[in-house]
Design a protein around this ligand. Structure first.
Ligand SMILES: Cc1cc2nc3c(=O)[nH]c(=O)nc-3n(C[C@H](O)[C@H](O)[C@H](O)COP(=O)(O)OP(=O)(O)OC[C@H]3O[C@@H](n4cnc5c(N)ncnc54)[C@H](O)[C@@H]3O)c2cc1C
Length: 411
């Protein structure tokens, strides 16, 4: 009989691992504590707005090879939408300037030498700091590697790093920023096209994955929270779900795809990152036409990125820990003040929803980076997955999916 692989946690890391294993002859069982798959990347019906929304706006890039391969396998590539070229629209609220950064398709960054295509008020030579960050980041912070001021920093480097590292850039790991920059800006425009799940995250990343797992004979248990694990002779031998205990056969394997705080609680002696950063999303129901592009970067505002969806505008604010205590209606009003000005919409506050994820991602400073563990553990038949494990990438969809691939390979 085929051995059984138990995957704990049905976020993208767990789904990715389960999907890869279900392709073979493994007997795959996915255990999820909540009633829904997707973890930090999911859709739900919001009663206030009267529509489906995502817990937060998520962007992947056309160079995210693991995420795209995942979408290809579950036949959901067409659920992601983006421009044909790597074009990014920005507005500076301090000066009201608007511009489009057009990276073009080539590997070489010709855009840097074009007044019309590079960031306004920057010179070609300013961009040398990007090369320094990419190729000589050092072991410290971004603030130690490059100057964190000036037009190029405020209008390009800060918005990109804030969104992808979810950390105040000066304190973030320079090495992580370098990897990110090399895999995006440094690899040419073809790898930087932003892709958004316009019909929702679950419709793109979660529902097709669950359908794929079902079609390949995997079992998914919702409301099945792992409470503890029994270990014997260097192996996991028992999974305790409270109402049910599963004894593991000698050949069975466990993939642990839960958040770091849960992993640290259930796996004795495991060191994990233990500081987190928040992300706030503010959604507004809007009727009628909105002329904004699918995604707009905002400089010198509380708002960082605005996304347009059918009937909805949605704002993302990363590294938003300082906003966690702000009354929800005040946050909505302040953000709408900026959005209405940018989009040329009435000042009157439309129906809104604030979604604040306190533990959106791990902090990405050098100290936390050093705490990210590899997939292998002290136990022969137990492997880790999750965006927070040592993938060398920022804690993103790409990291989660790549970690799932890696754990499946090891299993
Ligand atoms: C608001 C927000 C915006 C983001 N924006 C972006 C973006 O633009 N681009 C991008 O690439 N990434 C973005 N991210 C990050 C991205 O969502 C995560 O990197 C990814 O979803 C992490 O997946 P994961 O599977 O590693 O973890 P999780 O999604 O946390 O999955 C862990 C799963 O384990 C389950 N679980 C926990 N404990 C147990 C237990 N004891 N037993 C069983 N199951 C358990 C949980 O319920 C959960 O389903 C964003 C995140 C947030 C919150």
């Amino acid at each position: 009989m085929a051995r059984t692989v138990h995957v704990i946690g049905a976020g993208l890391a767990g789904l990715s691992a389960a999907m890869r294993l279900a392709q073979g002859s493994e007997n795959v069982i996915l255990h999820e504590a909540s009633s829904q798959a997707g973890g930090r990347c999911r859709s739900y019906h919001d009663a206030t707005l009267g529509m489906m929304i995502d817990n937060g706006n998520h962007v992947i890039l056309s160079g995210n090879r693991s995420a795209l391969s995942y979408l290809d396998i579950i036949e959901a590539t067409d659920r992601m939408h983006g421009p044909h070229e790597a074009d990014f629209n920005f507005i500076d609220l301090a000066t009201d300037e608007r511009w489009q950064l057009r990276l073009g398709d080539g590997l070489l960054p010709w855009w840097i030498f074009s007044d019309a295509r590079r960031v306004p008020n920057t010179r070609a030579c300013d961009y040398l700091v990007l090369a320094r960050l990419m190729w000589r980041p050092g072991e410290g912070t971004v603030g130690e590697a490059i100057p964190c001021s000036g037009a190029l920093y405020e209008r390009l480097i800060e918005p990109i790093l804030l969104a992808t590292l979810n950390n105040e850039p000066p304190a973030a790991s320079a090495r992580l920023a370098a990897t990110l920059m090399r895999e995006t800006l440094g690899s040419g425009g073809r790898t930087c096209r932003p892709l958004i799940a316009q019909e929702g995250l679950s419709a793109a990343f979660v529902d097709p994955a669950l359908a794929y797992l079902k079609a390949h004979g995997a079992t998914v248990h919702f409301g099945h929270e792992l409470h503890s694990i029994g270990f014997k002779e260097g192996r996991a031998e028992r999974l305790d779900f409270g109402s049910e205990t599963i004894a593991l056969a000698p050949e069975d394997v466990v993939i642990f795809a839960v958040p770091p705080n849960v992993a640290a609680r259930l796996l004795p002696g495991l060191q994990t990152p233990n500081e987190f950063r928040a992300i706030a999303n503010v959604h507004f129901r809007v009727d009628g036409n909105v002329t904004l592009p699918a995604m707009t970067g905002v400089v010198h505002g509380l708002t960082q990125w605005i996304f347009t969806y059918p009937g909805r505008l949605s704002v993302t604010i990363s590294a938003a820990d300082a906003l966690m205590q702000l009354p929800r209606d005040e946050l909505a009003r302040r953000v709408w003040g900026e959005v209405a000005k940018i989009a040329g919409l009435p000042e009157h506050l439309p129906p809104w929803q604030v979604v604040r994820e306190r533990r959106a991602t791990i902090a990405t400073d050098p100290r936390q980076e050093a705490l990210r563990p590899p997939a292998q553990t002290a136990w022969d038949n137990l492997f880790l997955a999750g965006d927070w494990t040592a993938t060398g990438l920022p804690p993103t969809i790409e990291s989660a999916i790549r970690s799932g691939e890696r754990a499946a390979r090891l299993a």
